[in-house]
Every structure is written in structure tokens, then in C-alpha cells.
Design a protein around this ligand. Sequence first.
Ligand SMILES: Cc1cc2nc3c(=O)[nH]c(=O)nc-3n(C[C@H](O)[C@H](O)[C@H](O)COP(=O)(O)OP(=O)(O)OC[C@H]3O[C@@H](n4cnc5c(N)ncnc54)[C@H](O)[C@@H]3O)c2cc1C
Length: 414
Amino acid sequence: MTQSTSHADVVIVGTGHGGSQAAIALRQQGYEGTILMIGRDRAPPYERPPLSKEYLAGDKGFERIMIRPESFWADKQIGLRLGAAVSAIDPHAHRLTLTDGAAVTYGTLIWSAGGDPRRLPVPGAVLPQVFYVRDKADADAMMAALAAGARRAVVIGGGYIGLEAAAVLRKLGCAVTLVELLPRLLARVAGEEIAAFFADAHQRHGVDLRLGQGVRAVLGEEAGRVTGVRLESGEEIACDMVVVGIGIVPAVAPLIAAGAAGTNGVDVDEFCRTTLDDIYAIGDCAAHANPFADGAVIRLESVQNAHDMALVAAKAILGRPEPYHALPWFWSNQYDIRLQTAGLSLGHDQTVVRGDPASGKFTVAYLKAGRPIAFDCVNTTKDYVQARKLLESRVGRIDPALLADPEVALKDLA
Ligand SMILES: Cc1cc2nc3c(=O)[nH]c(=O)nc-3n(C[C@H](O)[C@H](O)[C@H](O)COP(=O)(O)OP(=O)(O)OC[C@H]3O[C@@H](n4cnc5c(N)ncnc54)[C@H](O)[C@@H]3O)c2cc1C
């Protein structure tokens, strides 16, 4: 059987934050060519952050996490091909092959395929009550297990997604044990003060924290039901569901196979161009030299990065290139705690705490050679807003004593 071939001037792979925003930005910037979005997910474009927060908790239904109402895409003449994955790219013929055998040719390609959850590499990890949190289908499967009576959860991974899932599961009345391989929480993304604060908050909410502990196996009955988790120490923790949040693997295999450069994701320049002609990459999978990391080549996994890169790619496609220089920012909600992060703390050599963590409201400033490079703001939105301005102004050295004084507004330190 011969499969169909279709064409669009701009083809976008991935219907997540970056892909959707790229299509929206192209239209907003006046692009009149044909646009087709191809996405593996069957659901129309939706926001991912609520999957470990309000959506999982049942506080927001799907229609409230959709990026745009379903009719929007047709109204803007943006084609949506859902439930379709790209398996190969021929960069010379400007041609994509889909897993169902269909072909799509493109004038320009924007790759925004995000990442796949890193799988737990232990026996038993394929049991049906072992859940990841990346797609709507993952959250739905977890919610179905909860509705079917799961009440004891082991969360593996003490990063933001694991912590958010733990907070929601506690709110829903589950007994929660959280296992983290490293000696503290949030080791990859936040300083020790923030880690200690969240460890304390989760313990106060009844989470049994196991830090510095590896997982040896997920245990189950022959019928396939999870019954527990065995730690490296040999201890067994009984549970009826396991939630894994141990990071992602960038979804770039077809691009790399087509010859694009990249080791951790796919390499892009300041205009989000890959090393292949007419192929851009944005979002979680795009490795770039970030000016807020002193030019280090990094990937960022945040809505900010996906959105801002989408705009950069759209402008470059329209012939009005502007380099990617946006300030990184991020947020996380757990219980009644709202964390807002501005900048990147990577490489900091000093931290300064503003306010008293015991009060539940405080800010941590991260400094490198005396210069603030990032702020973690816990229930201190005013600090966050002013910190963003401070970082955007590329402020120089600041006296740590002034930074530490909550009576001194950050905006007055610019
Ligand atoms: C549970 C959760 C909570 C989060 N919370 C926050 C938060 O609080 N704040 C924050 O800033 N960020 C948060 N993030 C991160 C943020 O959602 C991501 O950084 C953002 O979604 C990245 O956008 P993206 O377009 O790169 O990838 P995605 O949004 O992941 O979209 C990629 C899409 O590509 C599809 N795809 C993959 N391979 C193919 C293929 N071969 N063919 C076709 N389609 C393909 C995928 O199915 C997916 O739909 C969270 C992420 C998760 C999973």
C-alpha cells in the first residue's frame, strides 16, 4: 500500500509547549505560509506543569489546561496531526517519515519533541502500577489507579516533579514514601537551603523521606500488581503504586540519525538553528550556549525556555532574527508553597538567605564571584519580580549584607 505524502511550509514536530508556541508566534508575527504540527500525543496541545499539580489533584479539568481551545488551531489555519510520531528525517529531501509510514515534506522544520522520561533501570519497573509523569495519559493512568483504591505510594526521585507528585498524593490522602538516591533533595537545581526547606515541609506533611537511598527492585505479585519497593539497603517498603521522576532523555534520535550535531539533546545556535539546513530545534531538547550560564552549553527544561525559543525560531524563519538572550525562570507549587526561580544558580560559590525559612517566606540569592546570578523565592513574589529586573540588568557585585536584609528592596540594589 502506498502511503500519502503531504507538505507544509513549516512543519513542527511536537505539540507541547514549544511546538504550540512556535505555531502561535509564527501567526502572531504575520507568517502566511502553511503550518503543520505533528504530535505523538493524541490529545490537543495542553500544558504540562499541571500534570503534577492541579490536574493530578483533580482541581483542574483537561479543558482548563489546554494551551488554546480546540477550535483555535483551525481558526489560525494551523494543521494538527495528532497521534503521529516522526521516525526519520531526510534533511536533503526535506522529508519526514512517520511511524505509520506516511511522509511529510517541509520547507522549514521546527523540532520540539521534548524528552521521554528516564526509565527506572531495575527489575519490576515494567509493572503496570509504575507511573511516570510526562504526558496527560501518564497522569490519567495514575488518577485511575488512585480511583481504583491505590493508597500507598512510593515516589522515586527528589526533583521538582517527584516532590510535586508527593504533595498531591498526600493531599489525596495517600501514604507517601519518597526515595532519593542523593543525600539531599533538588541537588541538580537548587541550593542546600531550599532543599532543606522542602525536606522539612514534606516531612511536616507526613512524607516519609529516604535520602541517599537507591532502589534495587520494584516488587509485585504474579498477577502483575505492585506490592512494594526494595531499596539498596535491603529494606522493603510496601506500596500499591510507584511514581518515578528521575529526569528525561531528550527526544532527538531521528535528528541525530539525520546528521545533526548533539550529545546531550541537539545543538542549536543563538537563533535555534541546528547544524542541518532549515531545521530549528527548541525547548527541552535544544542544547544552547546560555548567556545566563556564562555561555555554558546547557538544556533547560522549563516553559519559559520553550516559549522564548519558539519566538526566537519564529522570528528567524520570518527573516527578522533576534538571538536567544531571555532570562531563565521557573516555578513549582507544593502544598501552600510557591517557589519562583529567576536566573540559573549553576556554578554559584555563595548563597545569601533573605528572611527566615521558618516563617515560610524567604529568598535565597546565589552569587558567583560576588555577583548575583539567581534567586529562589519562596512565597516572596515581590522579591521574584525585582530579582528578575536585577538579573536582566546584569548587575555587578552586591554587598551580601544588603542582599540578606529583607528591609532593603532588591530593586534598590540595581
Ligand atoms: C509533570 C511536569 C511538570 C512540570 N512543571 C513545570 C513547572 O512548574 N514550570 C516549568 O517551567 N516547567 C515545568 N515542566 C517542564 C515543562 O513542561 C517543559 O519544559 C516543556 O513542556 C517543554 O516544552 P517542549 O515543547 O520542549 O516539550 P513538550 O512540552 O514535552 O512537548 C514535546 C512533544 O513532542 C512529542 N514528541 C516526542 N517525540 C516525537 C516524535 N518523534 N514525533 C512526534 N511527536 C513527538 C511529545 O509527545 C510531546 O507532546 C514540567 C514538566 C512536566 C512533565
